[in-house]
Design a binder for this molecule. Structure first.
Ligand code: IMP
Ligand code: MG
Length: 194
């Protein structure tokens, strides 16, 4: 199992960084009430923890999108739109990970068309070396190495979102061949990750 994936960020590191981000967001939006928008499903764990680290009146809303035309395309379909209008609002898009940035660029364009007062981005992980679409990211948890990661909302074929820590996959071929290969990590929070 350890040769297929290793712990990249422990639960403690994540929770510590999320609290810091919550303070940064609180400072940046003093006197305002941002709308935090989470992109389903990967961003929900981060959103849930981040909101509790922000000392402001805020709203949350959700969008679900899917990419099609291949993983390197920026073509996105909206599967679930926001419940509320964001016209005139301060929007904070909360993402689990930004990789090429194509998905987020598309999303930002559709959000700007709704005339919000502002839009800023908060991502837990930034795979900055993979960026294709240039993006300004004022709030970022970790600059992530160019590795496939799972846990804390991030999935591999819908698995492993419920890990409280984040794993970097070493042997992606082995994981493709056996999607349950990392199941042993699911109980690991009892002892804490390595
Ligand atoms: P982008 O359009 O290339 O920036 O794609 C970002 C999306 O791809 C994220 O919201 C994730 O859903 C997914 N993604 C990118 N890298 C990873 C990874 O390492 N693990 C799991 N999902 C990933
Ligand atoms: Mg995502």
């Amino acid at each position: 199992m350890d040769d297929i994936a290793t712990v990249l960020y422990t639960e403690e590191q994540i929770q510590h960084r999320v609290r810091e981000l919550g303070e940064e967001v609180t400072q940046a939006y003093t006197g305002r009430s941002p709308v935090l928008i989470s992109v389903l499903k990967g961003g929900v764990m981060f959103l849930a923890d981040l909101t509790r680290a922000i000392d402001l009146q805020l709203r949350v809303d959700f969008m679900s999108i899917s990419r099609y035309g291949g993983s390197s395309s920026g073509i996105v379909r909206v599967l679930k739109d926001l419940d509320q209008d964001v016209g005139g609002e301060d929007v904070l898009v909360v993402e689990d990970i930004i990789d090429t940035g194509l998905t987020l660029s598309y999303l930002l364009n559709t959000l700007w068309a709704r005339d919000p007062a502002s839009i800023r981005v908060c991502t837990l992980l930034d795979k900055s070396v993979r960026r294709i679409a240039p993006l300004d990211i004022p709030f970022r948890g970790f600059d992530c190495p160019d590795r496939f990661v799972v846990g804390y909302g991030l999935d591999h074929g819908e698995r492993y979102r419920n890990l409280p820590f984040i794993l970097a996959v070493q042997d992606q071929e082995e994981l493709e061949a056996n999607p349950d290969a990392l199941v042993g990590f699911l109980g690991a929070h009892a002892e804490g990750p390595a």
